[in-house]
Ligand binder design. Structure first.
Ligand SMILES: [Ca+2]
Ligand SMILES: [Ca+2]
Ligand SMILES: [Ca+2]
Length: 214
């Protein structure tokens, strides 16, 4: 059986459907924007200075962030393996969502100080909201007392590859010259491990955090 509608009724129906979809979309956008993850979950506790810090230990720190979210200028996450703040507006530091951005993630995993002249090691809890003073490009240039540029061919686990826009940490090296990179990749991707060709990409430079005790 065919249901016949008057053409005007069809147009009206489509308009109503479109309006409802627009309202729903706006509501979802607002909801995503207002997860208030940082406000509701994160703290400003002092970091713990650590006399020893190892590549193995920092790998464990990095793995807590795996499967969590991404937040532009962010630096606070839990470890429930869910992105608690998906679909936020991109490149907006005020969305207040879960996760680090690429440089905030690196800062925390490398246990750095907010004082760029201090090369010491500081353990920041994952729910401590902190981004740190470095952009990806600052890391690329080896800015800050703990950080140096380093030959790409000599990079090992927990060293970094950085470009003007992005920085990722080496989780493991692959036999074919690529690397498994653990990184806070972007709003749509969150934080995870991916096989990358950064080491062979001229836009990327090697960066090392100094002072590992093991
Ligand atoms: Ca996790
Ligand atoms: Ca989470
Ligand atoms: Ca997010």
């Amino acid at each position: 059986m065919t249901i016949r509608r008057h053409p005007k009724a069809t147009v009206l129906l489509l308009a109503v459907v479109a309006a409802a979809a627009a309202i729903l979309f706006t509501a979802r956008l607002a909801q995503a924007f207002h997860t208030q993850f940082i406000a509701q979950n994160c703290n400003t506790n002092n970091p713990q200075p650590t006399a020893t810090f190892t590549r193995h230990g920092s790998t464990a720190v990095a793995l807590h962030a795996q499967y969590e979210g991404y937040q532009w200028a962010g630096g606070c996450w839990n470890d429930n393996n869910i992105d608690d703040s998906p679909g936020d507006q991109t490149s907006n530091p005020n969305t207040g969502g879960e996760g680090g951005d690429c440089s905030g993630f690196t800062f925390k995993v490398w246990r750095e100080s907010t004082d760029v002249n201090d090369a010491g090691a500081y353990q920041w809890n994952m729910l401590r909201y902190i981004h740190g003073p470095y952009t990806a490009d600052a890391f690329r240039l080896g800015d800050g007392a703990p950080n140096v540029t380093y030959s790409k061919s000599g990079l090992i686990a927990m060293d970094a590859l950085a470009s003007y826009h992005h920085i990722g940490l080496i989780y493991a090296t692959n036999a074919d010259g690529t690397d498994q990179i653990i990184e806070a990749k972007g709003e749509a991707y969150g934080t995870n491990i991916w096989t990358r060709t950064y080491r062979g990409d001229s836009n990327y430079s090697g960066v090392r955090r100094l002072g590992w005790t093991g």
